[in-house]
Design a protein around this ligand. Structure first.
Ligand SMILES: *Cc1c(COP(=O)(O)O)cnc(C)c1O
Length: 398
């Protein structure tokens, strides 16, 4: 017997749950791309996207996933042979660095490990040592989805300003935008990138690159910019759907219109608070279970944890077994461990992650945690029963 029949729940850190209203908005005949509703919608879409990133700067829309926005952020700012400084707290930062190297960019990596945030002194020392300002950009991930740590950006801006270092500050907000508080302009971020399939609640397939005037000047100073990744035509709502960028992602744009309506109706502050409370419920359950068993949160300090994703260790093979049980017996799919492989556990079977990003509410999180507690019991994995009660207390504000 299985108890998985019923509506399934993909509780992984992207793609996230797509709201029914977004699915309905996308379920339509192909619209006219030359005139009418779709072109008319574009200026409003870009304005509402910028409100999510908390910026008055520019936004370019691509038909791509997050990897594409990594490429776009580099293609418009750094030429092959030039240098960047990469701050790494997990797998996603490293993968962005590999992409830069593949473009012929020289990447200096400051590695801070999977359980930590940046050591600001080390960052300052590295930039101070760069007397000739060879670093064109500092690449940093806001929430590294593999380790589930969250990094602060305002201190990076302070360091760059104190040293009068002209490098662009580029933030990967693919996991965090619309989930964890992010303030592009107030924090002095020059470029922020995100994808459609996490906090923005769409299917994968659209990428968004926000860039300010300083970044625009860097692009204009390059000798050449690859045609597809050039953000200039894509940041112009008129040109985007017309001639210069190819066919617009028609149905994604309709879905995006509805998603942005939902986001701004709830309000950014309320969305961040909802993620904060639901993440707190997840942490409370995990900390409770872990009192009598092997389960541990990857990030110990709550200040450094993402509100969108939680990475956990539980020991091989419990992580893989729990994921299998939850999917087959409870209809809920947990995320795999990523970038955590060791010699004893090459396939990361001792790790798993919860995605709690985007279109999630209290009953979904309590259902997720209740299913995990049932799985821990069914599989005989040692834990202290009562994690769901601990989570419920966070949600009821007790
Ligand atoms: C998901 C994610 C990516 C990669 O996005 P894709 O859409 O899978 O290409 C990059 N960085 C972070 C922080 C992410 O969470």
């Amino acid at each position: 017997m299985s108890l998985a029949s019923g509506r399934t729940y993909l509780a992984i850190p992207g793609p996230s749950v797509v709201p029914d209203a977004v699915l309905r908005a996308m379920h339509r005949a192909s619209p006219n791309i030359y005139e009418g509703e779709l072109p008319d919608m574009m200026p409003g879409l870009t304005a509402d996207l910028k409100k999510v990133a908390r910026t008055d700067a520019h936004v370019a829309i691509y038909i791509c996933n997050g990897h594409g926005t990594w490429e776009a952020s580099l293609a418009n700012t750094v030429a092959p042979g030039e240098k960047v400084l990469l701050l790494s707290t997990g797998f996603f930062a490293k993968a962005w660095g590999w992409m830069a190297e593949a473009r012929g960019i020289e990447v200096d990596v400051l590695e801070f490990g999977n359980g930590n945030t940046f050591d600001l002194e080390q960052v300052a020392d590295a930039l101070k040592a760069d007397k000739g300002h060879a670093y064109k950009a500092v690449l940093a991930v806001h929430v590294d989805t593999s380790s589930s740590n969250r990094n602060a950006f305002a201190p990076l801006r302070d360091i760059l300003d104190d040293l009068a270092h002209p490098a662009l500050l580029i933030a990967d907000c693919i996991a965090s935008m619309g989930c964890d508080r992010f303030e592009m302009d107030a924090w002095g971020v020059d470029i922020a990138i995100t994808g459609s399939q996490k906090g923005l609640m769409l299917p994968p397939g659209c990428g968004f690159v926000f860039f300010n005037d300083k970044a625009a000047a860097a692009r204009d100073a390059l000798n050449r910019v690859s045609g597809y990744w050039d953000w200039k035509p894509r940041a112009n709502p008129e040109a985007f759907y017309q001639y210069f960028s190819g066919t617009a992602p028609t149905h994604h744009l309709y879905g995006l219109r509805t998603a942005l309506d939902m986001i701004h109706e709830e309000g950014m502050e309320a969305i961040w608070q909802r993620h904060e409370t639901l993440a707190g419920a997840v942490w409370a359950a995990c900390e409770h279970w872990g009192q009598d068993g092997p389960l541990t949160l990857n990030i110990q300090n709550p200040e450094l944890r993402s509100r969108a994703v939680t990475a956990l260790a539980i020991g091989k093979p419990h992580g893989a077994a729990l994921r299998e049980w939850c999917a087959s017996q409870a209809g809920v799919t947990l995320g795999i461990g990523l970038g955590m492989a060791t010699e004893d556990d090459p396939n990361s079977e001792g790790f798993f992650r919860f995605g709690h990003m985007g279109h999630v509410n209290a009953h979904m999180i309590l259902g997720l945690l209740g299913s995990v507690e049932a799985g821990l019991g069914a599989l005989g994995i040692p834990h202290k029963p009562g994690g769901v009660t601990a989570a419920a207390q966070v949600i009821s504000g007790v």
